[in-house]
Structures are given as structure tokens and as C-alpha cells.
Design a binder for this molecule. Sequence first.
Ligand code: ZN
Length: 403
Amino acid sequence: MTKYILIISLFIIILLFTRIEKSHEPTYFDFIKNKKNIPLIKVLIKEKVNELKVTIDQKFRILNKELIAIRDVKTGISNGIIGFDKDSRKLYIKVNNQKDSLKVSYCKMVIPERTILQIGKEKYLGSVIIYVNEKNKLNVVNELDLETYLLGVLPGETFSTFGIEAIKSQVVASRTYALSESLKRQNKLWHLRNTTRSQVYKGMVKVHPKFKKAIEETRGLVLQGDEGVLKAYFSSHCGGATASLDSLPWEKNAGTVMLSRKCPWCRKMKPKSFYWETRFSIKKIESALKRQGYAFKTLKFLAINKKDEFSRVLKLEVFCSDKKFIVDATHFRTTIMQATEKLRSRMFVMKKEGAYYSFKGRGWGHGVGMCQYGSQGLSKENWGFRQILGYYYLGAKISKLYE
Ligand SMILES: [Zn+2]
């Protein structure tokens, strides 16, 4: 009897261990196979910090700017500090209170494949570049292949509850956007930020199987516009119609690909705050304008000066006691008011109410290019990702850049 109990217990123990082992399998590493032809992307992951807490549990190598090895750290580091001396602007690594000056102000940490680099609480794959910036602070850049990068983009830019064709559309748009920025900024220290100012990138995070599938099944696919790889803009929900590319003050030409188009699908998806309201006091608007360098005495009133064919505000006219002038609506929303969370889009009407201006609007984001909730609406109507992309990026070709 005891013998049987022993055998059964042994069997249970073996079963238990196999299960534990399986659930710890680092499948993330196996997602992107054969990285040979994939372009590298440089993402700014930390800006203007004083020091970093770094953990790497494998050996790694530190290179200087000329890519010559300056350290081989055989044992890895646990909770090491990377900082710099303000006077000499030279980087150092401090482990267990032992400070080792690297004698450079720029270095690249090359981490072996399948090894995770941890900075604070965040985890990264690929290499990490650390340099002292002109403000005497540290900037940190994660350099990794474009496909692995996308695994860290999707959790911040789409939802696993979205249809697979909507997610695939997002992958192709995100891949294209990142690639176009990397080509435009190839001689810069970094290509993209990790926030909505470029596109959200969370480093190595848990990946939903749907995201993995969407990346694998669209591997290497990018959108090509009139002038090569498209700067594929996208935004959360357009409010009923997308905006034309040249409605963004820094884009000079409208081109033919990202023009204003009707989008009845995002509203049907009932995104959070599709309809929104906010208000600002006239005093607040006045001081915000003055802070941005507009010189005038007293703000009297605001008026909408120009709209696009779908009622998106393009220009505002500012009437003051001593002058009047025109401001761009994107500039007003993002730079002057610094209120992209409150003044969620340019699709609004406004009204003076005593000492306040109230704004009532629809949608969230600049509205140019693909409407993310709209793409979900279309996937529900059984559109494929090529059709969805074809609607928001009119006439753009989809080509496979690498196998
Ligand atoms: Zn839309």
C-alpha cells in the first residue's frame, strides 16, 4: 500500500514540476525568429534622468561610441547604478558601492540574445545606449529589431479585444510609422519616443497571443506612399471623419494618401469619451497664449476662423484689446493649452459662458490617417486588414520589405 502511495506521490510531483516548468517557458523569445534582415529601431526610453538602476543576469559587453569593447562584465550585475560625474561628464557603473568609471560620455550595452535587461521596473530586449545629453542628464535608448519592437508597441496602441484584422492594420501602420521615422532620423541618436508623441512602446511586456499572430502574419509588410515609406499617422477615434495630412501645421503637403474621409464606424464602437466637454477660463487661455510668446494686452474673445469640410477646426482667431491674430488649432490644443487630454480633438464647437469658454467635441487625437476604433468597426463588418488600410491610407501600396 505504502509503495502505491509513494509511486502516486512521485507521479504527482513529476506532473507538478512539468507544469511549473511549462508556465515559466520564455515564449517571448521565440516569437520573432530569424532577425537577419529586420531593420533596427532606436527608441528613447528615458530622458533627462540622473541615474539608472540596472540588472542583467548574464554576461554582457559595454562598447564606446566607436563600437570598441571597453568592458566585459562576466557575471552580469544586480541592482547596479549607472550614473555620471557632472564635472567630467563621464559615465560610471556602481555595483556594491564599487564605482568603476567608464571614461566615456556615451556607451552601448550589448546584451546576449534571450537575455533581459532591467532598468528600474521595466524590462527590455536588444541593446541599450546611454549618453550624457546637453542638459547634463542621462538619455537612454533601446535599440532592437523592428518586429520585437512591435511586441512592445501593441499593448499600448490597441486592445486584445479588437478583431484580428483591426490588430493587423495597427501592426502594419505602427511598423510603417516606425520605419519612416528611422529613415528620416537615421543620423540622430534616436528615432522614436516611447510615448504618444511617437507611438507608445512598453518594452518587454506580456504579449497576447492575438498580438503575436498579427505580427507574425504581417511580418515585413509596410505601406508605401508617393514618396516611399509612408509616415503612417493614426489616432484613437476620429470623431466621424479623418483629418487631412496638411491640417497638421508641421506637414506642408496634403499628398494623396491621408486625405479627409468619412468614418462612421468609430462612433458605433462606443469608445470611452467619444463625446466630450471641457472648459477653460479666459484668464487661463490668456496666460497660456502669453507664455507661448504672443504679445498683447487683454484677451477679449475667441472665434473659429477656419474649418475643414467635416467641421474640424483648423484655425482660431484671437481678438484682443489691442490686436487680433490667428492660431493653428493643433498648436492651440497641444502647445498653447497643453491640454490633449481635455481638449481631446479639433472636432469641436465652442461657446463663451461668462468668464469661460466651453468646448463640446467628438473623437480623440489629431485624426490624421487610420482611425483605430474605426478600424475595429470595419473588422466587425468583415473587412480584411488590406481593405481597412486601403480606406484610411488611400492608394498606398502594401509591400513586403523583408521575409
Ligand atoms: Zn473614426
